[in-house]
Design a binder for this molecule. Structure first.
Ligand SMILES: [Zn+2]
Length: 512
């Protein structure tokens, strides 16, 4: 069985998704989970983007132990120096240098002739090689680059000692037979090509990222690049969980496997969704809520006499467990702790107490507390942001023929403030009242709500993105009442914004 190396770029390409902006602590939290999932390589960010990005990459580099940590760099010395600084303290550092090679990029973006592109890339690899034993080189927009010129650039990278050469379909333009043919061509036409690992990096603009990546594997790619849940610029990147499960489920066909701990997939997906605020669609392959919907009783028992009639993979294989023990109002601390262990949470005494208290409040409002409820509760406050403002109470008056009004009471360090406001709707009224208390001028850039479980007493989870000048901040709120969840999310985002503003700096962008 051939091993396929997994290069995760959730923290770089994924983080470039519109509306997503992870802070350092969120990045580290995801990085630690990616380490549990046992990805081989992790692109932690683009250090030259801003001092904040550099610091975040450094925090990730120091936090993880068993993963190669990678920093992205354009083909210029200052970028490479930024990666050197960012990867100080990494157990296994690697630099990822790129330069565009397609005619359209050469002409309009770089304004360089082929020869200049070759020379610039060569100089960068040389410079990077002075400081890094592991270098990956990417030909940006390789998908639209002339095959003979691509072979020339790849040949140069091989001679200069690059360890991995990446062939991105940056704009998601190709189809599987074309993309696979590129790998075959390079294998057959570049001297000493076996000295490097070839890597596939696809975008999903035409919905073909997974298919293209699998075609690359069939044609000799050793590494695949992608993100959890397929997040990323525009339509996103290849979803790593799809590749891992395709190889696993059809191993006899592909003859290749990743080294991922597949049972960590569900948890990783949930964490990434929660921290990025990018909700996973119900019909998303592998990790969507309906991906194993026959588990939730849609198929009759009789149809499940032999599971394989409908099931090509099991929910357990990605770490979803069938719930045996449902908790409720009368469940004690012991049962609660057992349940946490069952869900894979080993918490300290203090954390258990804290979670148990929250559970009791929820159990008062809900008859049955499901696994999803508990997970939402446990994961609500993964990252502790200093609470400049703390929501105490809300009151809303709404009628379809009157103007909604809301009153909020919010505690600050030294006082409690109450304000009232009107709005176009109940949520708007609440937000206007909160604005009066905080005195912050913010724009609501995004608002989404999802139900954690089914039924009338389901918990709602609200996610908001606020912006103020160039700073964007996300907030989350959870409650059995959507207005309360909306208020909590907003106050959370204001707190995150205040924290973020302290260290904000403008970002440069790099696409690949
Ligand atoms: Zn990309």
């Amino acid at each position: 069985m051939r091993k396929i190396y997994v290069f995760d770029t959730t923290l770089r390409d994924g983080e470039q998704s519109p509306g997503v902006n992870l802070n350092t602590r969120e990045k580290v939290e995801i990085a630690l989970q990616l380490e549990k999932l046992k990805i081989d390589r992790m692109e932690a960010g683009f250090p030259a983007a801003s001092p904040g990005d550099l610091a975040a990459v450094n925090a990730v580099a120091r936090a993880v132990k068993d993963v190669t940590v990678i920093g992205l760099s354009r083909s210029r010395e200052s970028d490479i120096d930024a990666v050197r600084e960012a990867l100080q303290g990494a157990q296994d550092p690697c630099i990822h240098v790129f330069l565009a090679t397609s005619p359209i990029h050469r002409k309009f973006k770089l304004r360089m002739e082929k020869q200049q592109v070759l020379e610039t890339a060569q100089a960068s690899i040389r410079y990077a090689k002075k400081y890094f034993s592991k270098v990956e080189f990417s030909l940006e927009d390789a998908g639209r680059t002339e095959l003979d010129f691509m072979a020339e650039v790849v040949g140069m990278a091989v001679r200069e000692g690059a360890n991995v050469v990446n062939i991105p379909d940056t704009v998601g333009y190709l189809n599987p037979s074309e993309y696979g043919a590129i790998f075959k061509y390079l294998k057959e036409n570049v001297p000493d090509i076996e000295k490097v690992q070839l890597s596939a990096h696809c975008h999903n603009d035409l919905g073909m990222a997974t298919a293209n990546t699998l075609a690359a594997i069939l044609n000799g790619a050793d590494q695949i690049e992608g993100t959890i849940n397929g997040i990323g610029e525009r339509a996103g990147n290849t979803a790593i969980e799809e590749i891992a499960m395709a190889l696993e489920t059809r191993s006899e066909f592909f003859g290749a496997k990743t080294g991922l701990v597949l049972t960590e997939i569900a948890r990783t997906s949930r964490l990434v969704s929660k921290l990025t605020g990018m909700v996973v669609p119900g019909n998303k392959a592998i990790v969507g809520a309906n991906a194993f919907a026959h588990e939730s009783g849609i198929h009759q028992d009789g149809m499940l006499k032999e599971k394989t009639t409908y099931e090509i993979m099991t929910p357990e294989s990605i770490g979803l467990k069938e719930s045996k023990l449902v908790l409720g109002k009368h469940s004690g601390r012991h049962a609660f702790r057992e349940k946490l262990l069952d869900l894979g949470y080993e918490l300290s005494e203090e954390q258990v107490n804290d979670a148990f208290a929250k559970f009791k409040v929820l159990a008062d409002k809900k008859k049955e507390v499901s696994d999803e409820d508990l997970l939402a509760l446990l994961e609500e406050k993964l990252i502790d942001t200093p609470e400049v403002f703390k929501l105490e109470t809300i009151f809303v008056a709404y009628g379809n023929e009157s103007t909604p009004t809301a009153r909020v009471r919010i505690a600050t360090v030294d006082q409690t403030i109450e304000e009232e406001a009107e709005g176009n709707g109940s949520v708007d009224a609440i937000y206007n009242a909160i604005d009066k208390v905080t005195g912050e001028e913010v724009t609501l850039a995004d608002y989404s709500i999802k139900s954690v479980t089914h039924g009338k007493d389901a918990q709602g989870e609200v996610h908001v993105v606020l912006s103020q000048n160039d700073v964007a901040a996300q907030g989350r709120g959870l409650s059995t009442d959507i207005l309360e969840a909306s208020a909590r999310a907003y106050v959370d985002a204001v707190n995150v914004l205040i924290e973020k503003r302290k260290t904000f700096s403008r970002r440069e962008r790099a696409t690949l």
